[in-house]
Design a protein around this ligand. Structure first.
Ligand SMILES: NC(=O)c1ccc[n+]([C@@H]2O[C@H](COP(=O)([O-])OP(=O)(O)OC[C@H]3O[C@@H](n4cnc5c(N)ncnc54)[C@H](O)[C@@H]3O)[C@@H](O)[C@H]2O)c1
Ligand SMILES: [Zn+2]
Ligand SMILES: [Zn+2]
Length: 380
């Protein structure tokens, strides 16, 4: 089958790889109908992780079940399903506590597994024609048959639940104000989820005009950090107080207004932006090793985080991979009920063959490349 394979920094190609097969009685094999490119893929694409040549990318997958292992009870051939980007077992201590982003079974020696991601276990990515899904009863979310809501459901594998998780980590409650750093797909979903949870005002901070426009169209207040300090802009709009809650949807590749990377800059901006006793939800990625870091300490994930100010303000913070499985069925039902339409972030639907070009453009945050959905069934 064809798949998107990482070759070297700034290079992926569509090549022939082995077809997936049932390796364990609990597996199913899916024919992929939609699979998205994620900002998380870009960290690997840019050579900013330990990802090695040959890895098949793709952790945001949905499709139709083709083959079913003999131990699978609830999933049938022909079912339309979405898979959380986290691979999880369903029976370990963390899975039993709904912490499926930190499964202790699927990636021995590490808490958490994912498809097509460095350090996240042996699970081949789904930017391909077919995908093997382990522990299928637990990892497949059933979707209504047909092709209705395809691009909305495609957001259920990662960014919609991740955005929602950010709002949960920040403890966003009705009436509160929320500052979201990052207007990429994850930041837009975090802002959207904050509004779904009843926030009275949500700011989205970025510098890419088309992303700020999407934020405004969706009901958030755009803040361009390249024009003036974002924390100051938000404080000005809150009588000097700051927002109740804050979300980091950028991570360690954050840049400052002048353009260079400063890995802790969003964390430190949030400490300035959020009012004393507020709470931060950090879903932007931080890693314990960064081969392209701007300095020795950040190469080991040790950042200049302003802990003094953080403590002084009595702030709290939640972080980590989103536990997609905790939210995806509820978010699916909001989509079906017409109460949520996360596909507003989707800007391109492309065949697999166009992935190399799409990676390049999404990496440059070109206008019109907010969220790219690859459709392996589309002819090139
Ligand atoms: N925790 C999880 O489970 C999880 C899941 C998915 C993605 N992520 C992470 O979330 C982050 C965002 O993902 P994405 O797909 O939206 O990526 P993206 O790269 O498309 O978006 C990041 C945005 O941040 C903006 N940005 C850079 N510096 C900034 C600053 N100082 N202030 C405000 N904005 C700034 C960029 O212009 C860009 O638009 C990535 O780090 C990704 O790895 C985490
Ligand atoms: Zn993703
Ligand atoms: Zn588990």
């Amino acid at each position: 089958m064809k798949a998107v394979v990482y070759r070297e920094p700034f290079s992926v190609e569509v090549s022939d790889v082995e077809d997936p097969s049932i390796q364990d009685p609990n597996d199913v094999v899916i024919r992929v109908t939609s699979t998205c490119i994620c900002g998380s893929d870009l960290h690997m694409y840019e050579g900013r992780t330990a990802a090695e040549s040959g890895i098949v990318f793709g952790h945001e997958n949905m499709g139709v079940v083709e083959e079913v292992g003999p131990g699978v009870a609830s999933v049938k051939k022909g079912d339309r399903v979405s898979m959380p980007f986290n691979v999880a077992c369903g029976f370990c201590k963390n899975c039993l506590n709904n912490k499926t982003g930190f499964c202790l079974t699927v990636n021995p020696g590490f808490a958490g597994g994912a498809y097509g991601y460095v350090s996240m276990g042996p699970y081949t990515g789904g930017q391909a024609e077919y995908l093997r899904v382990p522990f299928a009863d637990f990892n497949c979310l059933q979707l209504p048959k047909g092709d209705e809501f395809e691009n909305d459901f495609a957001m259920l594998a990662d960014i919609f639940p991740t955005g929602y998780h950010a709002a949960v980590l920040a403890g966003v409650s009705p009436g509160e104000t929320v500052a979201v750093y990052g207007g990429g797909p994850v930041g837009l979903m975090a802002a959207y989820s904050s509004l779904l949870r009843g926030a009275s005002k949500v700011w989205v901070v970025d510098r890419v005009a088309s992303r700020l426009q999407l934020a405004e169209d969706m009901g958030a207040i755009p803040v361009d950090f390249s024009k003036a300090d974002a924390a100051e802009q938000i404080k000005e709009q809150t009588g000097g107080e700051g927002s109740d809650k804050g979300i980091d949807a950028v991570g360690y590749q954050a840049t400052v207004a002048e353009g260079e990377e400063q890995p802790a800059s969003v964390l430190n901006s949030l400490i300035e932006t959020v009012r004393p006793t507020g709470r931060l939800g950090v879903v932007g990625l931080y890693l314990p090793a960064d081969p392209g870091a701007p300095d020795e300490n950040s190469a080991e994930g040790k950042l200049l985080f302003n802990v003094g100010k953080y403590f002084e303000k009595g702030l709290a913070m939640g972080s980590g991979q989103a536990d997609v499985k905790s939210y995806n069925r509820y978010l699916r039902d909001l989509i079906v009920a017409g109460r949520a339409k996360p596909s507003f972030v989707v800007s391109k639907e492309l065949p697999l063959a166009e992935a190399p070009d799409a990676y390049q453009r999404f990496d440059k945050r070109e206008d019109g490349y907010s969220k790219v959905v690859l459709k392996p069934g589309l002819a090139a």
